[in-house]
Design a protein around this ligand. Structure first.
Ligand code: NAG
Length: 288
């Protein structure tokens, strides 16, 4: 009986710790962690730093960036995307270093007319070179609720996650001559802007300005950086995956599920575009 209660109170303590660390210190305060960089009062922080919003109208979009730079780690944020008719709008959320040989890890959410699906567009730049697009539909309506979008960036690989499900794995392919982001620290950037020349059905559907302003919301930002070894175990992502060189079996299964059911474009399958031969990292990315 005593053991039972002891177990219970340890569990209770655990829950309290997780909750309080998330609510007070760790789970970011937008005032502390970010600067609103453009769009004037179209970018706002409220609820004492717990909530951030970006909006877009005919005159301008808006954006923010992190104060800190990161070199490896796990970065999570919850996002609620522009609701209703969001056609023509793009909400970008990405990590990037600076300069002509910069590295970049991108999430871009391409809006759509009401009731039609957003596209989640992803890309990875290394040493200034991108062109590694993968696109997905989501398995939920990203405008109804907040969902968690995460990047795990390790020396061995980069994983993109949606609600803790891996959607994309970019492996370190230096062994076949592909540069890998591992030296340049990156900042977090986000912006909401008009891209109706390409975003929705390839630019066919234009932004309906009578519905402006368009607004997206952010909360629960959380960054865990790896000092040195990059084997933090305090993560919601399965520990095996953070510690080992490879994703664990469960994560690989989830990734295959996403690729099978929700992936709509993969540059590594674009035979027309790469008629002269695929980029070297594609050989690995076909086998998970
Ligand atoms: C918008 O909806 C159309 C029709 O369902 C779809 O083909 C397209 O992929 C959707 N998303 C975007 C961003 O164009």
């Amino acid at each position: 009986m005593a053991a039972f209660f002891e177990g219970f109170s340890v569990l209770f303590l655990g829950i309290t710790l997780v909750m309080s660390s998330c609510m007070v210190a760790n789970c970011g305060n937008f005032y502390q962690d970010f600067d609103l960089t453009w769009g004037g009062n179209r970018a706002k922080i409220f609820n004492g730093g717990q909530l951030l919003s970006l909006s877009l109208d005919k005159t301008s979009g808006s954006g923010f960036q992190s104060r800190k730079e990161y070199l490896f780690g796990r970065i999570d944020v919850q996002l609620k995307l522009v609701a209703g008719n969001s056609a023509g709008t793009v909400t970008a959320y990405y990590l990037s270093s600076q300069g002509p040989t910069h590295d970049e890890i991108d999430f871009e959410f391409l809006g759509n007319v009401s009731g039609e699906p957003y596209i989640l567009h992803t890309n990875v730049f290394t040493q200034g070179k991108g062109g590694r697009e993968q696109q997905f539909y989501l398995w939920f309506d990203p405008t109804r609720n907040f969902h968690t979008y995460s990047i795990i960036w390790k020396p061995q690989y980069i994983v993109f996650l949606v609600d803790n499900t891996p959607i994309r794995l970019f492996k370190n392919a230096e062994s076949v001559g592909v540069p890998y982001p591992k030296k340049q620290p990156m900042r977090i950037y986000s912006s909401l802007w008009n891209a109706d020349d390409w975003a929705t059905r390839g630019g066919l559907v234009k932004t309906d300005w009578s519905k402006a302003p368009f607004t997206a919301y952010y909360r629960n930002f959380n960054a865990k950086t790896c000092s040195g070894s990059c084997t933090s175990s305090s993560t919601k992502f399965s520990n095996g995956a953070l510690q080992s060189q490879e994703l664990d079996a469960y994560s690989r299964r989830r990734l295959r599920w996403v690729r099978k059911n929700f992936m709509i474009y993969n540059y590594c399958n674009d035979y027309k575009r790469f008629a002269q031969g695929f980029p070297p990292e594609c050989r690995q990315s076909r086998f998970l």
